[in-house]
Design a protein. Structure first.
Length: 202
């Protein structure tokens, strides 16, 4: 009996524009140039979706949005915790305001990497923080945040978490978006499918 012919190999399908969620804040650590950020995401080849979460937003809605997302952008804050719903290989791009470097890395950066996400970080420059206008570009608050943080958690929170908004540099932010896009291109659908099929045969 002749052996059956092997199925012809199919080309790896080209994925549509990767889905990118932008989590926004309303009271503090607001992304002031959000429209420009959305445009930059589109230019980098993403399909951006702005997420404006409310207290009553059901967890299943958040989970469904992130489980199907390829990337997430958010200014440092509680909403970044939702990266837990993302698939391994997805991208978390955290915008880190002045004075919050340690917290951003310890609370979200390292855990995201441990869960298999590609972690990228945009560190807000002194002139991109609203604190520069309030205290002065060369003030201790803006230039040496560790001095304020050394006074304790509540002092740090009052200045850097409660009183700060950010305006990112679109050119510099765009470079991170390119890096994210490159990572996703290298993480092909075929590779994921092959891995799943291999695991099923074990």
């Amino acid at each position: 009996m002749p052996l059956p012919l092997a199925s012809p190999s199919l080309p790896c399908p080209r994925p549509a524009k990767p889905k990118l969620l932008i989590f926004i804040r309303k009271q503090n650590r607001v992304l002031l140039n959000l429209p420009h950020v959305v445009t930059a995401c589109r230019r980098a080849g993403f399909a951006p979706h702005v997420m404006n979460l409310r207290r009553q937003t059901p967890f299943p809605v958040i989970h469904a949005a992130l489980a199907s997302a390829d990337a997430m952008v958010a200014v440092h804050g509680a909403a970044v915790t939702h990266f837990l719903f993302m698939r391994p290989g997805s991208v978390l791009l955290q915008i880190v305001p002045v004075g919050l470097d340690w917290a951003a890395d310890a609370f979200y950066g390292k855990p995201a990497q441990q869960l298999g996400l590609e972690y990228l970080e945009y560190k807000v420059a002194p002139e991109e923080s609203s604190l520069a206008a309030e205290y002065g570009l060369n003030s201790t608050v803006v230039r040496t945040p560790w001095v304020i943080s050394s006074r304790g958690w509540w002092e740090m929170k009052k200045v850097y978490m409660d009183r700060q908004n950010v305006t990112v540099n679109i050119k510099r932010f765009g470079e991170l978006l390119k890096a994210a896009r490159t990572h996703l291109k290298n993480t092909t659908v075929c590779a994921k499918a092959t891995g799943a099929a291999t695991a099923a045969l074990r």
